[in-house]
Design a protein around this ligand. Sequence first.
Ligand code: HEC
Length: 204
Amino acid sequence: MHDGNDERANDELHDGGRSFVPLARAGGFGAKRRSAAEVYSEAKMKRLTLVLGGAAVAGLAAVIAVAQQSGDTQEESLVFLGELMSPKEISAGRKLYAENCASCHGVKLEGQADWKRRLDSGKMPAPPHDETGHTWHHSDQDLFTITKSGVSAVVAGYDSDMPAFDGVLSDAEIRTVLAYIKTTWPDRQREYQEKITKNERAKP
Ligand code: HEC
């Protein structure tokens, strides 16, 4: 004869409850009795952890508050090729984008019309630089190389209408333009591109 409780104990041996059993054993059903002093010091540790955790959260909140404040008034800062670009540099990048890139890639980074369809010349139109394009699929290094030396510097032999900006923009200017482009991406695209950039930099 068994009641509901027995049945549950039985089930635990078969399905998801299985993991519960060794855990309970590890906790030591009487395997090791803890003294009152041990229990007390454990409780103290827990409280300390809670206090420290609370301080960390408060600190983080302060950092976020500052970040939001500065975001309201001016451009944000952002890392490009491992370097922190200041709001001033990003704002210079925005201007350089308008002067050098917008004619093809669009004032709002929207790209050329029908940008996915090959032109009669056999080449591709300028793609958007916002999240609807694939600029964010490339690492910081590749974006820099494409802008400085053209697409063929990354894909050998590739014929493209994308001009090389070597001699037109300095390396520092190219970095600010690309950093500005990155500030326009939503979190998902930023995180994806950050991973690609990190993986690439990790290569020997
Ligand atoms: C004369 C037109 C033109 C101008 C100006 C121009 N581009 Fe491009 N760009 C293109 C075209 C066309 C492509 C597509 C290349 C291809 O696939 O053949 C391209 C591609 C790119 C790509 C690769 C994008 C991807 O998703 O693969 C980057 C990065 C880029 N351009 C950056 C810039 C930047 C930064 C500027 C300004 C400093 C700029 N371009 C100015 C025409 C232009």
